[in-house]
Structure formats: structure tokens, C-alpha cells
Design a protein around this ligand. Structure first.
Ligand SMILES: [Zn+2]
Ligand SMILES: [Zn+2]
Length: 161
């Protein structure tokens, strides 16, 4: 999600344009798709990243995930949102060890975790009020964010359970 948001923002693409390129069949961009419905090959090509990075971002369908965006404000400050944040069995951010949030601190609503025009149009923000979910309350830096080795280990450990 972090990568898709950055892609939309850097290329100044409206959410419906990004949503329309997530899978090969024609979809209603306002309806969107579930993360596991995306076409890995297409998205890898669009973001210019490896297939395995896309697959890791989607995760495995047998893991139970939250239907709502679950986020760590500290991670979003770096433009980072991992599949691990969506796993229901994980309550604390594996990197920052702080509770994962689902409610917007501006309007108090949850955001459905569907890849649709509305969510893709609000990078790092609430889909309803468009307030930032980042800890700073402002946009994360545009540069590519790479995890430190120990952060990567924390995420992998959390995913493996
Ligand atoms: Zn975090
Ligand atoms: Zn909100």
C-alpha cells in the first residue's frame, strides 16, 4: 500500500487511474478490489519492482487480515505500510512495538482496506476526511524508504509468527 500510494503521488495520478491498472480484467475503480485480487505481474511492472516484493505486500490468503486499514503512525511517517500491519494476530507494530490503529484520529472513522479510487487518492491519509495518518500529521518524505536490517527482521519474524 505504501508503494502504491507513493507511486500515485509521485506521478500525480488520480486514484481511479491507479485502481484501473491493478488487474488485467476491467474493474470499477470506485468499487476497487481486494489486495489479494491484484495482478502481481502487472503491478510489479507498473511500480518497477520485483514480483516477490508485490507478493510480499499482498501476503498469503490464509492469514486473517483486517478489512480495515491498520496503521502505525511512525511507519507511515516514513511512507511505510506492510502487509504485517494488516494481520489480525499482530497487535503491535513489529518495528516500533506500538499498538496498530484503525481509527482516524481526525474524524474517528475506519477506512476499508480495499484498493479503490478513494483510498488510492488519499496517500497516507484517511479516505474520509483526508487527514494524515502519519505521526507528524504531514506528508511523508517522497524518497524511497528502505528498512534497516533489524526492522526487516522484525517484520519477517512477525509475518512468520
Ligand atoms: Zn511502526
Ligand atoms: Zn478521518
Amino acid at each position: 500500500m505504501g508503494l502504491l500510494w507513493k507511486f500515485a503521488r509521485l506521478n500525480r495520478l488520480p486514484g481511479h487511474a491507479v485502481a484501473a491498472h491493478l488487474c488485467a480484467r476491467t474493474i470499477d475503480p470506485y468499487e476497487g478490489i481486494e489486495p489479494f485480487d491484484i495482478d502481481v505481474r502487472l503491478v510489479a511492472q507498473m511500480l518497477d519492482i520485483a514480483h516477490k516484493s508485490v507478493s510480499a505486500g499482498i501476503g498469503k490468503t490464509f492469514d486473517s487480515t483486517s478489512p480495515h486499514l491498520r496503521y502505525c503512525p511512525r511507519c507511515l511517517n516514513q511512507g511505510y505500510h506492510a502487509h504485517a500491519h494488516q494481520l489480525l494476530r499482530i497487535r503491535l507494530c513489529p518495528i516500533h512495538e506500538k499498538p496498530l490503529l484503525t481509527l482516524c484520529r481526525h474524524c474517528g472513522r475506519t477506512s476499508a482496506y480495499r484498493l479503490d479510487a478513494q483510498l488510492l487518492d488519499a496517500p497516507f491519509r484517511c479516505r474520509h476526511c483526508r487527514g494524515y495518518h502519519t505521526r507528524s500529521g504531514t506528508a511523508p518524505p517522497p524518497h524511497h524508504f528502505a528498512l534497516e536490517p533489524k526492522e526487516r527482521t522484525a517484520i519477517i519474524r512477525a509475518i512468520l509468527g
